[in-house]
Write a protein that binds this ligand. Structure first.
Ligand SMILES: [Zn+2]
Length: 599
C-alpha cells in the first residue's frame, strides 16, 4: 500500500486473491463485463481499464473514491428496501421522480469526471465512457445497438440494451412483473450523463424493460425536442410541478418560424440538481402559509423568480403581486412609495395616493434588495409587519393591510445588523422562513438544462436556427465560475445566439467576446484567495493580458485596486452597477473604493 493508503482495484484483487490473473486491461475489462469486446470502438479511450484506474479503495480511512468523488458500496437489497418503502409511502409517481433525479445527479457527476480526466476524448468516445462507468459501478451491463453523433449539429441519438439491470432485480423482487418500466435511476443517469456531456437536454426512455416481462431492457436517447410528449419525462426530472416543462417541449415548426416567446427567458424555473430541488421543496412547503419568506443568495440566482412563483402557488394567487426593488428607488421616495402619501404632506404632494403596501392588499408584496432600505423605512416596515397596518407619509391614522411580505437580499443581513445598518428586530421578523438560493457554480448539474432552455428561448426570440454548442464551448461553460450566476449564463447564450452563424454551432468566441474581462478579473482574485482551479481552456480570456497579469508578482492590494478601478470606469462611475459586475454590494464596493482613494 502506498503512502496515500489508497489501493487500486487491481491491488484489491491481488490482496484479496480474486482471480483477475495477470492484471492488464483486457482481463479487467473481461472481469467487469467484457465491454472491450462487445463495444464498437472498445479500444478508444477512455477504456474500461482507464476508467477503473480512477477507482480507489481507502479502507484505512473508510472511503472509496471514484477520482475525486466519494462512493459507497451499498447492498442492492438495501437500495431495494429503500425503494420499496418510498413507493409504498409516497406513491409510485413521486418515488419514480426521486430516483430519476438521483440518477441524473450521478450521471452528471460521472460526465464531469470524464470531461476533466479525458478532455481530449472525442464526443462519441466520451459518451461511451458513461456506459463503462455505469457497469464499473455495478449498476448495469450496457450493450450498444447504435449511436449517431453529428459534429456539425452536435446532434446525438443512441440506442442501447441493458443487461442485468440491478434496479429491475429489486423491482421484480418487490412487485413482480408489471406494466411500466422500472429502471428509473438508470434512465436518470443516462439523461444526466449525456446531457452534461453535450450541453443540451438528451432524454433517455426505456422502450422495453425486464420489469415489464421483456428479456432485457432497451433504451433510446435523443434530444428533448425530438421526443413526443416530453412533458411525461420531465415530470420525473422536475421536483415540483411548477418547475418548467414547457421549456423543453417539441416545436412543430422550425425555431425560426415560431412566434417570439412572450415570457421572459429568466421567468422559467429550470433545474434538477439537489440544491435546486431542495429550494423548490421549501418553496412549496411555505407557499400555502402566510409566513414571511426571506430569499438570500448572490445576484442573478433567481430570487425574483422564486418570489413570484411563491405567490403563484399560494392561496393568494388571484390577488395582486407587487414587487419593489428597494435599491432602485431613491431614499427620499421609498417611504411614500411603500406606504403612500397624504395630500399636502410635502411640496408637490397634490393628491393622496396609496403606497405599494395598500396596493398589494390581499396579495403578496415582494421587497427586493431589502438591505438597501433606509432606517426610517425599516421602522415603518416593522410596524406594518407587526401590527398589520401602515401610515401614509403625512397621514395621522393607521390603515389596515393584509399583505404577505416576501423579501430578498444578496447581502449578509446578520453582518448588516452587526454593523448597525439594519434593525435587528426587523431582521428577526423577516427571517421567519429563510430560503437560500445557491450560486450557479454550486449547482453545476443544472448548467446543461439551463443552456438548453436559454438556447431554445433565444432561437425563437431572435428567429435563428443555431444548432447547439460546440464541445469546446460546452466544456468552457461547465468549467466557468459564473460570478453573475444564471443571469450571466442567460446573457452569454443570448449574445452567442445572435453572434453565431444562422445554422452553425455556438463556439467559445461567440460566448466570450471580451466583455468578460471583468469576470476574468474576478476569477483572478478568487484564484489567489482559494486553491480552486480555474479551467479556462479555449476561452479567449486566456489570452487576456489581465489574466496573464495574475501571475506577475503584484500585491493583492494592487490587484484589488486595479479591479475596482476598471469596474468603476467600465460602469461610468455608477457604483451600484460596478458592484453588480463584481458580485458584491454597493456598500462594500464603496468602502473599498474609498480605501483606495478611487472616489
Ligand atoms: Zn429496465
Amino acid at each position: 500500500m502506498g503512502v496515500s493508503d489508497r489501493i487500486s482495484l487491481a491491488e484489491v484483487a491481488r490482496a484479496t486473491g480474486v482471480a483477475l490473473g495477470s492484471f492488464d486491461s483486457a482481463s479487467v475489462a473481461k472481469a467487469l463485463g467484457g465491454f472491450a469486446s462487445t463495444h464498437i470502438g472498445g479500444d478508444t479511450h477512455p477504456t474500461i481499464a482507464d476508467i477503473s484506474e480512477c477507482l480507489f479503495f481507502s479502507p484505512g480511512d473508510g472511503r472509496i473514491w471514484l477520482q475525486d468523488q466519494r462512493m459507497v458500496l451499498l447492498h442492492t437489497e438495501a437500495l431495494g428496501a429503500m425503494r420499496r418503502e418510498m413507493v409504498d409511502s409516497m406513491g409510485i409517481e413521486k418515488a419514480r421522480g426521486l430516483f430519476t433525479r438521483a440518477g441524473y445527479v450521478s450521471g452528471a457527476r460521472d460526465a464531469q469526471l470524464v470531461r476533466k480526466h479525458w478532455p481530449d476524448a472525442d464526443p462519441p468516445a466520451a459518451a461511451m465512457a458513461g456506459t463503462r462507468l455505469h457497469a464499473l459501478e455495478g449498476v448495469v451491463k450496457v450493450e450498444l445497438v447504435s449511436v449517431t453523433y453529428d459534429p456539425d449539429t452536435s446532434g446525438y441519438e443512441g440506442e442501447f440494451i441493458w443487461h442485468n439491470s440491478s434496479e429491475d432485480d429489486e423491482h421484480i423482487a418487490a412487485y413482480g412483473i408489471g406494466g411500466s418500466p422500472a429502471c428509473w435511476m438508470q434512465v436518470g443517469y443516462a439523461t444526466g450523463y449525456v446531457s452534461t456531456l453535450f450541453g443540451r437536454l438528451i432524454v433517455f426512455r426505456e422502450t422495453m424493460c425486464r420489469s415489464m416481462g421483456h428479456a432485457q431492457c432497451r433504451v433510446v436517447g435523443k434530444s428533448a425536442d425530438k421526443w413526443d410528449n416530453i412533458e411525461e419525462d420531465m415530470r420525473y426530472l422536475n421536483a415540483r410541478e411548477f418547475v418548467d416543462t414547457a421549456a423543453y417541449a417539441r416545436s412543430e415548426a422550425g425555431p425560426a418560424d415560431l412566434a417570439p416567446s412572450e415570457a421572459p427567458a429568466g421567468d422559467a424555473m429550470v433545474g434538477a440538481s439537489s440544491a435546486f430541488n431542495a429550494a423548490c421543496h421549501q418553496l412549496s412547503r411555505v407557499a400555502r402559509t402566510t409566513a414571511t419568506v426571506l430569499f438570500t443568495g448572490e445576484s442573478g440566482v433567481g430570487k425574483e423568480k422564486f418570489a413570484s412563483m411563491l405567490h403563484r402557488i399560494s392561496p393568494r394567487k388571484d390577488q395582486p403581486f407587487i414587487a419593489v426593488n428597494c435599491a432602485a428607488i431613491p431614499e427620499t421616495l421609498i417611504e411614500s412609495e411603500l406606504f403612500g402619501v397624504e395630500r399636502g404632506a410635502y411640496t408637490g404632494a397634490s393628491h393622496s395616493r396609496p403606497g405599494r403596501f395598500e396596493r398589494a392588499s390581499g396579495g403578496t408584496l415582494f421587497l427586493d434588495e431589502i438591505g438597501m432600505l433606509s432606517f426610517v423605512a425599516q421602522g415603518k416596515l416593522l410596524r406594518a409587519l407587526q401590527e398589520g397596518e401602515v401610515e401614509r407619509v403625512g397621514g395621522t391614522r393607521g390603515i389596515a393591510v393584509d399583505v404577505r411580505v416576501v423579501a430578498a437580499t444578496n447581502e449578509d443581513l446578520r453582518q448588516a445588523v452587526r454593523e448597525g445598518r439594519f434593525r435587528e428586530d426587523l431582521f428577526f421578523r423577516l427571517n421567519v422562513f429563510p430560503i437560500h438560493l445557491p450560486p450557479l457554480r454550486e449547482r453545476r448539474d443544472d448548467i446543461p438544462l439551463l443552456m438548453n432552455h436559454f438556447l431554445n428561448h433565444y432561437r425563437r426570440k431572435h428567429g435563428c436556427n443555431t444548432g447547439g454548442f460546440t464541445q469546446a464551448s460546452v466544456r468552457t461553460l461547465l468549467n466557468y465560475d459564473f460570478p453573475g450566476n444564471i443571469r450571466e449564463l442567460q446573457n452569454l447564450v443570448e449574445r452567442a445566439v445572435i453572434m453565431a452563424d444562422a445554422d452553425g454551432l455556438i463556439d467559445v468566441h461567440h460566448l466570450f467576446t471580451g466583455g468578460e474581462t471583468l469576470s476574468a478579473e474576478v476569477m483572478t482574485l478568487r484564484m489567489q484567495g482559494n486553491s480552486g482551479t480555474l479551467n479556462f481552456e479555449g476561452a479567449p480570456a486566456c489570452a487576456n493580458p489581465i489574466l496573464a497579469g495574475a501571475v506577475s508578482p503584484q500585491s493583492l492590494e494592487q490587484t484589488e485596486r486595479d479591479t475596482l478601478e476598471r469596474a468603476i470606469s467600465a460602469c461610468q462611475g455608477n457604483l451600484s452597477a460596478a458592484a453588480r459586475r463584481l458580485n458584491t454590494t454597493r456598500a462594500k464596493l464603496a468602502y473599498r473604493a474609498r480605501k483606495h482613494s478611487l472616489i
